[in-house]
Design a protein. Structure first.
Length: 129
């Protein structure tokens, strides 16, 4: 599942000659992993009333963002380090070279894997006790 997300974003950005495709694909996998963790935490909160995220550092939203910014940068950079050039090429080479990246099926799969957990997680968050 994560290899598919990596391959989708890598090939899409490689084709468009954008910013480093390995960095973009690793960032997409990091976001996907975060959305999955978000869903799991909200399901646990919904059924047990135990907040896994804890209490905010302060009442000021901006201060909380500044505290969490280094953790977010380290989280994304860990994925960039994990997906080295050798690992990235191994994932990309698993798929045929004439593999068409942007198809309705692939876009729907990416939506299902990435965005659906976020939407369900937000629903659980809004309806938790």
């Amino acid at each position: 599942m994560y290899d598919f997300i990596f391959n989708f974003f890598y090939r899409y950005h490689k084709k468009r000659k954008d910013f480093s495709p390995r960095f973009t694909a690793a960032g997409a996998v990091a976001i996907t992993g975060f959305f999955h963790l978000f869903l799991i935490a909200n399901i646990v909160t919904y059924f047990t009333s135990v907040n896994l995220a804890g209490k905010p550092f302060s009442q000021d939203y901006f201060t909380n963002k500044l505290y969490l910014l280094p953790a977010g940068v380290i989280y994304v950079y860990a994925f960039v380090l994990f997906y080295t050039h050798k690992r990235a090429m191994a994932i990309v080479n698993k798929y045929p070279q004439d593999y068409n990246v942007v198809t309705i099926r692939n876009v729907l799969l990416v939506f299902l894997i990435m965005i659906a957990p976020l939407i369900v997680g937000v629903w659980f968050l809004q309806h938790s006790h």
